[in-house]
Design a protein around this ligand. Structure first.
Ligand SMILES: Nc1nc2c(ncn2[C@@H]2O[C@H](COP(=O)(O)OP(=O)(O)OP(=O)(O)O)[C@@H](O)[C@H]2O)c(=O)[nH]1
Ligand SMILES: [Mg+2]
Length: 259
């Protein structure tokens, strides 16, 4: 498929339980219900894969919310990630984008940071953007915060090495926005830590699922995440700029006179 058309590969990293699979399941549920603002669904070559990860959340529609919406990700193949595919159409300009989204277990990120194990993450070299999914509850917790920020810094350093000096474009995806809104000061610390590592960074607060659906709907922030991942709308040049003559001016006669 990647040989036939341009596919936007997204890297998705983050600790176990940070919310990676939840983001993918929620994205799929939103787009399949035509609720992803600004985007519509065109195709997917991996519907079965999406159904698998979204099943927990679907069951929930029939009764009480389960304790867990998504299950811990385990890989059938410990050396290569599986990718989910989505083709989306941007409503504003009709642009089609093919996204390849890997659902990988958190242990792969941990082993990249702690032991520089990068072989199975080689696909990150062709990723335009890397989502680093962070548990918003850990960032809100004074005892866990410092350790997490330091590890995000180490992760950025590892990525820079992997990308052979190319500046990684990181999107910090902070989950659990339904219970904790990211503090400005913490956001600033994350930015400082990452600019020290020479990474380009954007921060998006999300709530793939929500414990407080009245105030923060499930799927919060995911449309913004996709917008940032794909990039800004191109500036369309004006095809034919119209110059209305100001009232009462005699453009033609003035033109003749000035010849
Ligand atoms: N309320 C709420 N629950 C969330 C949010 N994000 C994730 N969860 C829940 O947190 C749990 C863990 O999320 P997962 O997406 O499975 O975590 P993961 O990063 O894929 O973890 P591994 O596969 O173990 O690496 C699941 O039960 C999710 O439903 C959120 O923003 N709000
Ligand atoms: Mg997972």
């Amino acid at each position: 498929m990647m040989g036939k058309r341009y596919v936007n590969v997204v890297g998705i990293l983050g600790d176990p339980e940070s919310g990676k699979t939840a983001c993918l399941a929620s994205l799929y549920l939103l787009i399949s219900h035509a609720k992803l603002d600004g985007w519509s669904f065109a195709d997917s070559r991996s519907l079965a894969g999406f159904e698998d990860i979204a099943r927990g959340a679907r069951d929930w529609n029939e009764g009480r919310a389960p304790e867990q919406m998504t299950m811990h990700t385990e890989m059938a193949d410990d050396r290569r990630p599986g990718f989910l595919h989505l083709r989306l159409v941007r409503r504003e300009d009709g642009r089609r984008v093919d996204l390849a989204l890997p659902d990988i277990p958190g242990e792969w990120t941990q082993e990249l940071v702690s032991a520089a194990r990068a072989d199975r993450l080689d696909f990150l070299k062709s990723a335009e953007v890397i989502w680093v999914v962070l548990d918003g509850r850990s960032l809100a917790d004074i005892e866990k915060r410092n350790g997490l920020i330091a590890r995000v810094g180490q992760l950025a350093a590892r990525l820079k090495t992997m990308l052979e000096g190319r500046r990684p474009r990181l999107m910090l995806v902070v989950t659990h926005h339904d219970v904790h809104v990211l503090d400005d000061q913490v956001a600033q610390r994350l930015r400082t830590e990452l600019s020290r590592r020479d990474a380009e960074v954007e921060i998006v607060g999300v709530a793939p699922f929500s414990d407080k659906p009245q105030s923060v709907p499930a799927g919060f922030g995911l449309a913004e995440l996709i917008n940032l991942t794909i990039g800004a709308l191109p500036d369309r040049p004006t095809f034919w700029r119209s110059t209305e003559p100001p009232e009462g001016s005699r453009a033609y006669l003035n033109y003749r006179r000035s010849q």
